[in-house]
Design a protein around this ligand. Structure first.
Ligand code: FES
Ligand code: FES
Length: 156
């Protein structure tokens, strides 16, 4: 039966109509709210393409059921991290390093990196690799991604 669900997304309170409270957050973001930064990759929590922030923590939205979200929890997607005019330092660094090939993984790489750098201002290469080890890139853009995250850390 259709029901309403309230969410706080990118600083705005929104209400969506859903049929199933167990629907993944990823579907609500993409299909109900037209936020296409988070991508459907594996749908199994294994690739990271769907990563968003919930209360500042990187989470896999494909595995996060709407029923798991408590009222007032702050959801941030790639669209809410920064803007074209004022990108987040991680977004800016990815642009400057041109750390993209097909781009499918990049939402996850940026969202995971932004959450990671918020808690580690001076990461080593090993720290960055460990933070991103569960984010998959089929294009092999890893060297550029590492440079971009280091650039973002240095800029912070
Ligand atoms: S789509 Fe969520 S981890 Fe792959
Ligand atoms: S840039 Fe294509 S999957 Fe990473």
């Amino acid at each position: 039966m259709a029901q309403q669900k309230s969410l706080t997304v990118n600083g705005k309170a929104v209400r969506i109509t859903i049929d199933d409270p167990e629907m993944p957050l990823l579907y609500a973001l993409r299909d109900n709210l037209a936020l296409h930064g988070p991508r459907f990759g594996c749908g199994l929590g294994q690739c990271g393409a769907c990563t968003v922030h919930v209360d500042g923590k990187a989470v896999r939205s494909c595995l996060t059921a709407l029923s798991q979200l408590k009222p007032g929890q702050k959801i941030v997607t790639l669209e809410g991290l920064g803007t074209a005019q004022k990108p987040h330092p991680v977004q800016q660094a990815f642009i400057e390093e041109q750390a993209v090939q097909c781009g499918y993984c990049i939402n996850g790489m940026i969202m995971e990196s932004a959450a990671f750098l918020a808690g580690n201002k001076k990461p080593s290469d090993a720290d960055i690799k460990a933070a991103l080890k569960n984010n998959l890139c089929r294009c092999g853009t890893h060297a550029r991604i590492l440079r971009a995250v280091k650039r973002a850390a240095a800029a912070a």
